[in-house]
Ligand binder design. Structure first.
Ligand code: XMP
Length: 592
């Protein structure tokens, strides 16, 4: 649901930066939305500023994202970032040089003559840290522009033409590694585009409730709740908008949930009002998954099983007789990684966007009160609604549940030894540039206490190899790695029980130590690597992130890690415990 007319539009040129930029702008108190890069300028009318995001493409690629050059006609201020700068420069007749190696990571920005009077660079200090990620470079300054910033390897890092309110930066002001990035964005939004503050998610509940009433009319809303923050906040908004008698919910127990989840969800909704019942469907889900091995196939089976259960419930309760509409907790970025807004390749299909649900959307039988909001905004709204902090601060948990953390193999395979490391032929999903990879993992036997070093070498190994997309370090095992192999395996009830028990131990220990409050998420993954008696291993995947779009593998205290591994090795069937050292990119947070 759209809260208002955006003052700032962020044009998506692929990759994941557009949402990060829009979030940063909203953090400044200004409402921003994302659009496809080639949106006609006429559809952006009324905006004060347009930001062309960075993306992984080259202006020389066939089919690379384009812009409507009319956006540069001076009606709105424009800031091109990275690829956005290159598009803008090219459209204005400057040349862009194709890069070979590229520049990725930290760099130092030098302010050039003219920077002192630049509205974009006001308040920025010379020699500040910035973050670069690009191949091509702008080679000539477009006519009428001046160059106000450079780095040692990139001569044209900032350009501007203030009379036309056109600005471009080669680095990424939206990422936290750019020290004064938020100052620069604030200069653009307030100083140049002249936006006024119009955005505070905590003020939104009243408006969202009005929109719910409009969308729902005199019907009632039916929710499939997951216990996660998004569907809980969406449900609560509907209860407030429509009253408890017009909101019903079902929690589908897929058999793929974490330990203790079902009773906890029942308890929570009992407090929120409306009526939520539990539908037991474990046998159905586990039955449908029995033969699946491929991650996308698993997601699709789960998505379709959800739809089948939903349709059965809807039929048996006559919920589609015109009086009911389906409510969902979809949030803004849920659309991006499925290619919803953009040209981005499908990285992983989110289960709430499979065909069955799309059909409901097309028929207009759906209300998604949070579809314009980012996660942190959903939390702020939830706080405003008086939801307990312990619910709002829960780590995200994927809709398809433990199934996508229970990895499978088509066949028995031996490990290939590489000195201190082993190539483990269990494939997991990664993301490099705009592309999804599905590749084996490298397991090192170096103890992960020196994680910072290992993490940077993990990125180098992945980027340099083309063969793997993830690196894990062995923490402890019941047998040497050389004595293990990968076993033919599927998502079986026995493996789910094993994973659930491991997940329970990890959650309990990280909650007791307070570690869970320091991180974004702590997936626990089961991989079919082990001995005949203990055929599986556990991978610990604690990550820090701002929004899940990029993430860093987080180091754990050495003693805590050893104690955790000790308990995990007591779980039936578990041969070894590993630690995932890979950031996102090049790996994803979840393994599938
Ligand atoms: P990845 O693995 O893509 O995850 O780096 C990014 C964030 O999204 C969550 N995730 C999902 N959430 N359904 C969901 O509701 C899904 O299919 C799904 N896949 C990933 C993941 O837990 C992380 O927070």
């Amino acid at each position: 649901m759209r809260p208002r007319s955006p003052q700032i539009f962020v044009l998506d040129t692929g990759g994941q930066y557009c949402h990060l930029i829009a979030r940063r702008i909203r953090e400044l108190g200004v409402y921003a939305e994302v659009r496809r890069s080639d949106v006609p300028a006429s559809e952006l009318e009324g905006a004060r500023g347009i930001i062309i995001s960075g993306g992984p493409a080259s202006v020389y690629d066939e089919n690379s994202p384009r812009i409507d050059a009319e956006i540069l006609d001076g009606k709105a201020a424009v800031l091109g970032i990275c690829y956005g700068l290159q598009l803008m420069a090219q459209a204005l007749g400057a040349s862009v040089t194709p890069g070979v190696k590229g520049e990725y990571g930290l760099a130092t920005l030098h302010l050039e003559d003219g920077a002192a009077s630049s509205a974009l660079l006001a308040g920025l200090t010379d020699a500040q840290q910035i973050w670069m990620s690009h191949k091509d470079v702008v080679a000539t300054v477009p006519s009428g522009f001046s160059r106000t910033g450079s780095t040692s390897t990139c001569a044209i890092a900032v350009i501007e033409r203030p009379e036309r309110a056109l600005y471009g930066v080669q680095f990424h002001p939206e990422v936290v590694h750019t020290a004064q990035g938020q100052v620069l964005l604030s200069n653009f939004v307030f100083g140049i585009a002249g936006c006024s503050r119009d955005w505070d998610p905590a003020h939104q509940p009243g408006e969202i409730e009005r929109q719910i009433r409009d969308a729902v009319g005199d019907r009632s809303v039916f929710f499939f709740v997951s216990g996660g923050v998004d569907s809980t906040v969406a449900y609560t908004l509907c209860v407030r908008a429509l009253g408890p008698d017009r909101v019903r919910g079902v929690y589908v127990d897929t058999g793929l949930m974490r330990d203790g989840e079902t009773p906890a969800v029942e308890q929570m909704f009992a407090r929120l009002g409306g009526e939520v019942v539990v539908e037991q469907a474990s046998a159905e889900f586990l039955g449908a998954l029995a033969a699946a091995r491929d991650p996308e196939a698993k997601r699709s089976i789960i998505g379709e099983a959800f739809v089948a259960v939903q349709e059965r419930i809807i039929d048996s309760r006559h919920l589609m007789d015109g009086h009911w509409i389906l409510g969902q907790g979809t949030i803004y970025p849920d659309t991006i990684e499925s290619g919803g807004t953009s040209q981005a390749a499908v990285i992983k299909t989110h289960h709430n966007r499979v065909e069955g649900i799309q059909k409901l959307i097309a028929e207009g039988r759906i209300v998604e009160p949070l579809s314009s909001y980012y996660k942190d905004e959903v939390r702020a709204i939830g706080m405003q609604l008086g939801l307990p902090a312990e619910y709002l601060e829960r780590h995200p948990f994927p809709g398809p549940g433990l199934a996508i953390r229970c990895l499978c193999s088509e066949m028995d395979v031996d490990l290939a030894s590489r000195g201190e490391a082993f190539l483990v032929p269990v494939r997991s999903v990664g993301v490099q540039g705009d592309f999804r990879t599905y590749a084996p993992v490298l397991a090192t036997t170096e103890y992960p206490s020196k994680t910072a070093d290992l993490q940077s070498s993990a990125t180098e190994l992945v980027n340099g190899s083309g063969e793997i997309n993830r690196v894990i370090a062995l923490v402890d095992s019941t047998a040497p790695l050389a004595a293990m192999r990968v076993w033919k395996s599927a998502v079986t009830p026995q493996r789910i029980v094993r994973l659930r028990e491991a997940d329970r131990i990890v959650r309990e220990m990280s909650h007791a130590s307070g570690f869970d409050r320091e991180i974004w998420q702590f997936p626990v993954v089961l991989i079919p690597l082990g001995t005949a008696a203990r055929p599986d291993s556990i991978v610990l995947r604690p990550v820090d992130s701002i929004d899940g779009m990029t993430a860093q593998s987080v180091s754990m205290d050495e003693e805590a890690l050893a104690a955790m591994a000790d308990r995990l090795l007591k779980v039936e069937g578990v041969a070894a415990v590993f630690y995932d050292l890979t950031h996102k990119p090049p790996a994803t947070i979840e393994w599938e």
